[in-house]
Structures are given as C-alpha cells and as structure tokens.
Design a protein around this ligand. Sequence first.
Ligand code: HEC
Length: 115
Amino acid sequence: MMKTIRSPLLAIFAGSAMLLLAPAANAFDEEAAKALFKKNNCSKCHAPEKEKKGPSLKKIVKKNADEADKVAKLMKHLSSSPKVKLEDGTEEEHKMVETKDKAELQNLVEWILAQ
Ligand code: HEC
C-alpha cells in the first residue's frame, strides 16, 4: 500500500527536481563571471549597456552574432592580447584575463555573450 502511494509521488518529485535543475546545469555562473570581470578591471572599459573606452557588452554580442564559434573566438581574444582601438582612437594591447582556469574564462565569455 505504502509503496503504491509513495512511488508516484517520488516520481513527480524527481521529475520536477529535474526540470528545476536542467537549465542550471547548462548555464554560466553569473556571480563568478562578474567577479572575474571586476577583478580584471574589465569594467574600466566595458559596461553591459554603456560605451566606455571599449564597446558595451551588448555591442560586442551584436558584433559577434554571426561568428560560427563565438565562445572560442572570444576566449582567444581574452588570452592573446590582440591590438585594439579604443573609443578615443588610440591603440593598445587588449587586456588578458588573468586566470589559469580555462573553464573560468569560458564561463566569463558565456556570461558576456548573454548580455
Ligand atoms: C583599456 C580598455 C579595455 C580594457 C581594460 C578591456 N577591454 Fe575589452 N575591448 C576594448 C576595446 C577598445 C575593444 C574593441 C575591439 C574592437 O572591436 O576592435 C574590446 C573588445 C573586447 C571584446 C570583443 C572582442 C571581439 O572580437 O569582438 C571582449 C569580449 C572584451 N573586450 C572583453 C574584455 C574583458 C573580459 C576584459 C577584462 C579582462 C576587457 N575586455 C578589458 C577595451 C578594453
């Protein structure tokens, strides 16, 4: 008797728990991304919506919309110091993200691409 009542309940519980957890498993860690962004002074030049010395994150997302592998492209950008032109016309080497953890860098890029 107990068994027949409990197992459908458990099945419902497990089912809804999976629904709740499934999106989280694929998503980035927003807090970790923001912390890394801040720690590396990226916010000196980038903001989600506003233009600073560098383009807004929204603009970056738009600019890369047609790239085949955005994540890989931007991870490379953030680990190879390419020359970039600032809003004021001067050029400098782009800041590299200081991390030894590729997953951390990828998490940051995924957060940027979600802005
Ligand atoms: C001194 C200012 C400055 C700092 C600091 C800076 N950026 Fe940038 N960043 C720029 C400029 C300028 C560009 C525009 C490059 C272009 O479109 O030519 C850019 C471009 C980018 C792009 C887009 C690259 C592409 O190919 O579209 C990303 C992503 C990015 N920055 C992320 C970051 C992150 C993350 C940090 C912190 C580690 C950071 N930036 C720090 C100025 C800066």
